[in-house]
Design a protein around this ligand. Structure first.
Ligand SMILES: [Zn+2]
Length: 363
């Protein structure tokens, strides 16, 4: 992959902005895009020309509306590009291949059964990705891999937990890119999930938190339209905030962490307390970063979602009673169990434009 220059990145961001409007589905016009993106029609012409040269956008016809020049309409070409998304957990790999609009073309799920050593794991992921690469048409841009943290997004390394962990320190991004000869992107499951959800609900999640409850409990933040990562790719690690002093021991060494309390409650069959733990986490998060939407996702949420959503809404109402001007909408993810895999694939699509330096190709 060619090194990108600052000018490429500016052009990439413009192209990405036009594609983001076009992928909402309706045909777009030069004047409509100029208005939506607050740039001149001349600039839009240049961007559209670039996108058409690359086969990403196509002209679909002209419509005459009164006197004057007829309006030309364009639409995105979904089949022009593809990306693969893999959601890795200790138990399984859930994979999807998506088109340029983020629509799923195919999904595959593979139970791993046991904790594989790194070389075996890479072989498993490679096989899954190669299998998905057979589906659909259009250029395959790369593979996004989303997994529970701690993950170093910029280095492409799984940092691992304090427990004995065969994957700790593994440069998963580089190893997988070498095997596949494709660009690979590695990210936290919660952040991939937030990107996936933002693609499903364009423009709605500019100030939002996604709380993900799988084996662990984490969150991802989008503030002012930007995904927040933090100094060590650790922003949003709400699973290790303490909800009960002197509570259940946690793998991190402390006691009463939200993640440990939540898991212990579910294991004891106390769904009400589990829901309260999640509600506490959400209210604290809203207090800390001032978001207007909270999305809940993850396998452990879907099973109990009604009770959990009720508990969170009640806790927010109680917690924000003194500030009636603060409105927070709590939503369930629209993507179900595909959420993290789809989000990982959408991250690859995004980085093709806005931030191409984040993708690391082979060699
Ligand atoms: Zn902890």
């Amino acid at each position: 992959m060619r090194e990108s220059t600052p000018l490429d990145r500016v052009a990439g961001a413009h192209d990405a902005a036009v594609l983001a409007v076009a992928r909402r589905g309706d045909p777009v016009s030069r004047a409509g895009l100029a208005q939506a993106l607050q740039v001149t029609p001349q600039a839009i012409s240049k961007i559209l020309g670039r996108l058409m040269d690359r086969g990403l956008i196509a002209e679909i016809g002209t419509v005459a509306a009164g006197p004057g020049k007829p309006t030309t309409f364009y639409r995105i070409v979904p089949s022009s590009r593809r990306a693969i998304g893999l959601h890795l957990t200790r138990a399984r790999v859930h994979g999807v291949v998506v088109d340029l609009t983020g629509e799923i073309l195919e999904r595959r799920e593979l139970e791993i059964g046991r904790l594989q050593p790194v070389d075996e794991l890479i072989a498993t992921l490679t096989e899954q990705a190669r299998d998905l690469a057979q589906v659909g048409q259009g250029e395959l841009l790369g593979v996004g891999l989303g997994m529970p943290g701690p993950v170093d997004w910029s280095e492409g390394v799984y940092r691992g937990s304090a427990q004995p962990d065969p994957w700790r320190g593994a440069p998963l991004r580089r190893l997988l890119a070498q095997e596949l000869s494709l660009p690979v992107l590695l990210d936290h499951d919660s952040r991939a999930a937030l990107v996936g959800e933002a693609w499903s609900q364009p423009g709605l999640l500019d100030d939002a938190a996604l709380v993900l409850v799988e084996d662990g409990l984490g969150a991802a933040l989008c503030l002012g339209g930007m995904i927040v990562r933090g100094a060590h790719s650790q922003a949003g690690e709400v699973g290790h905030t303490v909800v009960r002093l002197g509570g259940v021991p946690c793998s991190c060494g402390r006691r009463g962490c939200a993640q440990a309390e939540h898991r212990a409650a579910l294991e004891a069959g106390d769904e009400e307390y589990a829901a309260q733990v999640l509600a506490t986490v959400v209210v604290d998060l809203v207090r800390l970063v001032d978001v207007d939407r909270v999305v809940l996702g993850g396998r452990a949420v879907y099973a109990q979602h009604e009770r959990t959503m009720d508990a969170i809404r009640a806790a927010l109402e109680e917690g924000l009673r003194a500030e009636p001007w603060v409105h927070v909408e709590v939503m369930l993810s629209t993507r179900g169990t595909d959420l993290i895999a789809v989000g990982s694939a959408c991250e690859v699509l995004e980085h093709e434009y806005g931030l191409p330096q984040a993708l690391v190709g082979p060699g």
